[in-house]
Design a protein around this ligand. Sequence first.
Ligand code: MUC
Ligand code: MG
Length: 367
Amino acid sequence: MKITRIEAIPFAIPYRKPLRFASGEVRTAEHVLVRVHTDDGVIGVAEAPPRPFTYGETQVGIVAVIGQIFAPQLVGLSLTDREVVAARLGRTVGNPAAKAALDMAVWDALGRTLDLHVTELLGGYTDRMRVSHMLGFDEPPAMVEEAERMRGEYGITTFKVKVGRHPVGLDVAVVRALREVLGAEAELYIDGNRGWTATESAVAMNQMADLDLLFAEELCPADEVLGRRRLVSRLDVPFIADESAVTPADVTREILGGSATAISIKVARTGFTGSQRIHHLAEGLGLEAVMGNQIDGQLGTLCTVTFGSSYRLTSRRAGELSNFLDMSDDLLTEPLTIQGGELAVRPGAGLGAEVDPDKLAYYRLDT
Ligand code: MUC
Ligand code: MG
């Protein structure tokens, strides 16, 4: 069970259409495949999606920090030394996606070694989640058409709508149109990626008061400390901290400070070990939690549904598990399928994922 070698392989797969939101846009999945090898010949895999506009990590940076800083500290450890892995990675500040992918690849390798699924190692609550689809910025009719298509083709009835544009009324009109077309039974929530001020957010939330929103997420920057607390204290829907609460300590600070009342758990930035800590914190504090999407590919999405299915709290709400559908291709031998609005974990050992060697050879950038 000893880690003998770690690979960080950059690859690029174009999106069929870009995903746009208040803090950036993604046209190509420029991700890093992480492979953890052991002395038993087992290989654990995970995917790191850099989000330069949010956390400052880049594809080149992730390959470098894994190769130069993290891999030398993990080689020689046992797969069961997961807290030692976390402590060593934790010595370096930042680099969330690089650390998360290493952590998840170690869990995958452990599951493969023990012939257990990662959901069984984590919590074993269920084997599937309802899917929430994230609608990026577009003209209002195109966003409505996409939601109807997702409902028709995949049975998805929960939508996270990206907001944060100006004038505020543009996004309000989109959410209103979605509610009218999708009806009362659809679940709708919004994510501003810090695009509005606290005052603009309050105006928008007032204008959407009759639209039965489920949550509001990162409408304004957490750095606007008092404005955000004031906004959050006046809302009657939970306010989700996403990029303002990357670590368990951030979650504690934002929640206890009154700057958020719910959390987004993203395994792409906290892996399984850090996400467990955040899950337990949320459960202990009685918070709502949503499994978020860091614009993951299929392997990343499989990691999200694997973690989310493991616990009652994280599987209660629909998870953001569908944006891989916009990628022109992927690395897995068997593509993920969303049916009846649900995504199931992949049976097998570890994450149950197999990377297609031909696809990897085609999309990798380092050969
Ligand atoms: C989200 O919830 O914000 C957009 C940027 C990012 O880092 O994640 C996505 C989705
Ligand atoms: Mg968000």
